[in-house]
Design a protein around this ligand. Structure first.
Ligand code: DP6
Length: 411
């Protein structure tokens, strides 16, 4: 056993929810999209990935643990390699802050093997997108470990993109666009760009309804490849719809115009699911429970005479409902009424749970939403998350280490 030192850092990264969706790859090798997209980065209080990265000359090979279980052969995985090697290429000298002595020369990082350990703070079974947070946390932990420096702004996001497309948007907080790029031959311009940080519109809230679903979804990667090959609607969307919507939604977000923001968010979610239905053979991500939530929210907005809630669905049946601080208790209470508590910890945030249980829903609202045909049934929704927009990756080395700093093995 050699006595080579082990260098180690831990980072966390958030999930994000697209309001204009990425669906379809322009270049599978570089993992670039056929259209721009934009998302809200979610607060890391409930939902985040935490990743420790360690490097040492004493490690015999690259190793990866996910939620405590070692992934055999992970080191050869193309996505993992792109992230680890991509950040390694931007490494800088590691200098002892006290003595000024160079501990690791930038070119020497590559001679070491890495150990990576990552876990999600939310149940994987919840079916919430974890690849965005996971690859963003991998890139962030590697960045901190090797003191990587970008050669141009957004470069780290081009690396995270090669892990999972949506991961590039998790490198920033707030409202984040992914510009599709394509003017550079190596797609170095396909990167994320922050539109506004998490403090710009602090009233934005999200309620996530984790909808039970037994069957396995079509993965995003394979689903979008079938859509690109077969859907005329997807071509039309990329060529004629998305750029107008991107411009309008960025304007709406900057102006804090919830009416326009919400309308565009719902329209784009619906169009994304329409392209899935237009795929041959078709892909179904929303189920009847997902659809009942849509009907209730439209009835709610109509009853209110204004847009108070906006849903969006990714490649699964879970609803993410955007609303504003002033309506979030009403929205939560409405959802709890139609999708009653089911088991312990049904509501992620106890304080929010108390508020929505005590809230008295307007009789007229109950009357209006009942017309959708929904009757309250428990068990079709597994959990409700209450969250808001938050910042990008954080350095956590002082608080959390998933790897033992003495052995470099999973703790
Ligand atoms: C529906 O980023 O998971 O959530 O690049 O193949 O890893 P890969 O796909 P991924 O796709 C996300 C699709 C989506 C929409 C979105 O997040 O924009």
């Amino acid at each position: 056993m050699s006595s080579s030192p082990i260098y180690i850092e831990t980072a966390s990264a958030p999930t994000n929810i697209a309001t204009i969706k990425y669906w379809g790859k322009a270049d599978a090798k570089w993992n670039t999209p056929i259209n721009d997209s934009v998302s809200v980065t979610l607060d890391q209080a409930d939902l985040k990935a935490v990743t420790t990265a360690a490097a040492s000359l004493s490690f015999e090979k690259d190793r990866l643990w996910l939620n405590g279980v070692e992934e055999e052969g992970a080191a050869e995985n193309k996505r993992f390699r792109a992230c680890v090697d991509g950040v390694m290429a931007l490494a800088t000298d590691k200098v002892d802050p006290k003595t000024g002595e160079v501990l690791v020369k930038k070119e020497d990082w590559k001679k070491m093997h890495v150990h990576i350990s990552s876990y999600n703070t939310f149940p994987t079974a919840a079916g919430l997108a974890s690849s965005a947070a996971g690859y963003a946390a991998l890139v962030a932990a590697m960045m901190f470990l090797v003191g990587a420096k970008e050669e141009y702004p957004g470069q780290f996001s081009t690396i995270a993109r090669q892990g999972s497309g949506s991961a590039c948007r998790s490198l920033y907080g707030g409202f984040v666009a992914w510009r599709k790029g394509g003017d550079k031959p190596d797609w170095s311009d396909s990167m994320a760009q922050q539109v506004a940080d998490e403090n710009h519109w602090p009233e934005i809230r999200a309620v996530i309804m984790v909808v039970s679903d037994e069957k396995k979804d079509t993965s995003s990667t394979s689903g979008m490849s079938t859509s690109v090959a077969t859907s005329e609607l997807l071509k039309h969307r990329a060529a004629n719809v998305v750029s107008k919507r991107m411009e309008a939604i960025e304007k709406a977000f900057l102006a804090k115009d919830f009416e326009s923001f919400g309308q565009l968010t719902m329209a784009d979610s619906n169009q994304f699911h329409a392209t899935c239905l237009d795929t041959y053979p078709p892909i179904f991500y929303m189920n009847d429970v997902s659809k009942s939530i849509i009907r209730i929210l439209h009835a709610y907005n109509a009853w209110a005479g204004e847009l108070r809630s906006a849903y969006t669905y990714d490649a699964g049946p879970n609803a993410v409902i955007f609303t504003l601080d002033k309506y979030v208790v009403e929205v939560g209470a409405l959802m709890l009424h139609y999708y009653p508590e089911f088991g312990e910890n049904y509501i992620s945030n106890p304080e929010f749970g108390t508020k929505i249980k005590e809230f008295k829903l307007d009789e007229g609202l109950l009357e209006a939403t009942k017309k959708t045909g929904r009757t309250p049934v428990a068990g079709q929704v597994k959990m409700m998350y209450y969250t808001k927009s938050g910042p990008g990756p954080q350095l956590l080395t002082d608080q959390i280490l998933n790897l033992d700093p003495k052995t470099g093995l999973n703790t």
